[in-house]
Design a protein around this ligand. Structure first.
Ligand code: SAM
Length: 427
C-alpha cells in the first residue's frame, strides 16, 4: 500500500525510523474485522456457544467484542435479529471510555451508522435518555434502522446540526460522545479509497469542523459531565490539539487520551480522549410534547393484551397521521428532525391498529404469540415468504429460534409475512 508522502513524513517524525517501519509494515497486513454482541438480545457467553461462524478471540477493550473472519456476517439471520453489530475493533474503544450508567442522559452527537450508539444503549439497558444525532439525512436513516434492529427502546434518533441542537439543550447531558468526522487515516487498510481523499488541506478542514462540533457538544454537557472525543485518525490537529485547546475558559479537564495504532493493537486505528466539564451549571429541558389519542391507545391496549399478555408500559404519543410511539420516560423536547422516538408501536387509522416492525424488534421476545423457526426455515421469512404455523389466527412475532425477526399475521395455519419490504433478504 502506498501511503501519501506527507502522511508518511508526519508519522516518521512522530515515531522515529524504527517504530515507523513497524507502523508501515502493519499497512501490508489485511484489515481485521470485529463484531459486538448485543446484550439487549443475548449474552456474549451464549452467543459464543451458538455463533454460526468461528470467533477469533476477544477484543481486549470491549467486554462484548470479538474478532472474526466471516465475510458474510452481515447477511446472517442472527444479524437480522440484532444479536450483534459489526464494528471495527479499535472503534469499539470509544463508547466504554464514557462509562455510561443506567438512568443517565446521553448524547451521541455524530452517530451514524450507530456503532457507538448501540453500545451506549446497551449500557443504559432501557433506562435514561439516549439522543442519537446524525447531520446527514441519508445516514440518519441507516442509524435509525440499526437502532431498530438492535431492539433499543429509549433512544430518539434525530438529524440536526450540532449548533442547532446545542441551542435547545444547553448544560443538559450527563455524558456525550463526539465521534467526529475526520481525515480517516485509520481507514486506509479497510477502505483504500480513503487514501485518495487524504491531504494536508483536508486535515486542516476536518480540524476546523471538529472544533465547531466540539464547542457545541461542550455547551450541551452539564457541569461535572463527561465527554468522549474520538476519531479514526492520528493527525495531531484532529486529535491532541482538539482536546487540549485552550478556548473553553478553563472549564475542560482532559482526563486521559490514547491512540490505538495498527502496529500496536489488532485494529485499524483510533484516537480516544475523555474530558470532564468543571463549570457551567446544569439545566433541565422541557419534556417531549406527548400527543394523546385515547381511541388509538385503547386500540393498542386491546391488541397488546392478546399479543403480550402484559403490554409494555409507558406514555404513548400518537402523531396526527396515526403513527404511535412509546415515548422514553424523561425524553426532552427536541428541536430537530425526529426520525425515531422510543419504540414505534404501530399505526391507528381510526378503525384498525396495525403493529409496527419496531415493536417486534424491541418487545417481541416478551410476546406470548411467537412462531419459532429454525435458522434454515427463517431464511424463507427473511425472503418475504409465508410460513406454515399451528398458531391461532392473529398477529405473532416470527423468531429465529427465540429471537424476533419481525411480525406476521396467522390466518388458517399460514403466517402472512409482514417484514418491511426494505428489510427483506435478496436471496
Ligand atoms: N459514531 C459513528 C459510529 O460509530 O457508527 C461513526 C460516526 S462518523 C466517524 C462521523 C459522522 O459525523 C458521519 O456520520 C458524518 O455524517 C457526521 N458529520 C459530518 N459532518 C458533520 C458536522 N458538521 N457535524 C456533525 N456531524 C457531522
Amino acid at each position: 500500500m502506498n501511503l501519501p508522502e506527507e502522511f508518511s513524513e508526519r508519522m516518521k517524525r512522530r515515531f522515529g525510523e524504527e517504530e515507523y517501519a513497524a507502523f508501515l509494515a502493519a499497512f501490508q497486513e489485511p484489515p481485521v474485522k470485529g463484531l459486538r454482541v448485543n446484550p439487549l438480545k443475548i449474552s456474549a457467553e451464549r452467543f459464543c456457544a451458538v455463533s454460526p461462524f468461528p470467533l477469533g478471540g476477544k477484543v481486549p477493550w470491549e467486554k462484548n467484542g470479538f474478532y472474526h473472519g466471516e465475510e458474510r456476517a452481515g447477511g446472517d439471520v442472527y444479524h437480522f435479529a440484532g444479536l450483534y453489530y459489526l464494528q471495527e475493533p479499535s472503534a469499539m474503544s470509544a463508547a466504554p471510555l464514557l462509562g455510561v450508567c443506567e438512568g443517565e442522559r446521553v448524547l451521541d452527537l455524530c452517530a451514524a451508522p450507530g456503532g457507538k450508539t448501540t453500545r451506549l444503549a446497551a449500557d443504559l439497558n432501557g433506562t435514561g435518555v439516549l439522543v442519537a444525532n446524525e447531520i446527514d439525512g441519508a445516514r440518519a436513516k441507516i442509524l435509525s434502522q440499526n437502532v431498530e434492529r438492535m431492539g433499543i427502546t429509549n433512544c430518539a434518533v434525530v438529524s440536526a446540526s450540532p449548533e442547532k441542537l446545542a441551542k435547545s439543550l444547553p448544560c443538559y447531558f450527563d455524558k456525550i460522545l463526539v465521534d467526529a468526522p475526520c481525515s480517516g487515516e485509520g481507514m486506509f487498510r479497510k477502505e483504500p479509497e480513503a487514501l485518495s481523499h487524504w491531504s494536508e488541506a483536508n486535515v486542516k478542514l476536518c480540524a476546523a469542523r471538529q472544533k465547531e462540533i466540539l464547542a457545541s457538544a461542550f455547551a450541551m454537557l452539564r457541569e461535572g459531565g463527561e465527554l468522549v472525543y474520538s476519531t479514526c485518525t492520528f493527525a495531531e490537529e484532529e486529535t491532541m490539539e482538539r482536546v487540549i485547546e485552550p478556548d473553553r475558559d478553563g472549564t475542560a479537564e482532559l482526563v486521559c487520551a490514547r491512540y490505538y495504532y495498527p502496529h500496536e493493537v489488532r485494529g485499524e486505528g483510533h484516537f480516544i480522549a475523555l474530558l470532564k466539564k468543571k463549570g457551567g451549571g446544569t439545566r433541565g429541558a422541557k419534556p417531549f410534547p406527548v400527543r394523546r389519542d385515547r381511541a388509538a391507545e385503547e386500540a393498542f391496549r386491546t391488541f397488546a393484551e392478546d399479543f403480550f399478555g402484559t403490554p409494555p408500559q409507558g406514555e404513548i404519543s400518537t402523531l396526527a397521521d396515526g403513527r404511535m410511539y412509546l415515548v422514553p420516560a424523561g425524553m426532552p423536547a427536541l428541536d430537530a428532525h425526529v426520525l425515531r422516538l422510543g419504540v414505534e408501536l404501530g399505526e391507528w387509522d381510526g378503525r384498525v391498529f396495525k403493529p409496527a416492525h419496531a415493536l417486534a424488534m424491541a418487545f417481541g421476545a416478551q410476546a406470548k404469540r411467537q412462531e419459532h423457526l429454525s435458522r434454515a426455515a427463517s431464511l424463507a421469512y427473511l425472503r418475504g415468504e409465508t410460513v406454515p404455523s399451528d398458531l391461532a389466527d392473529g398477529w405473532c412475532a416470527v423468531c429465529v429460534e427465540e429471537f424476533p425477526l419481525g411480525l406476521g399475521k396467522c390466518v388458517h395455519g399460514v403466517i402472512k409475512n409482514h417484514l418491511p419490504k426494505g428489510l427483506r433478504a435478496i436471496k
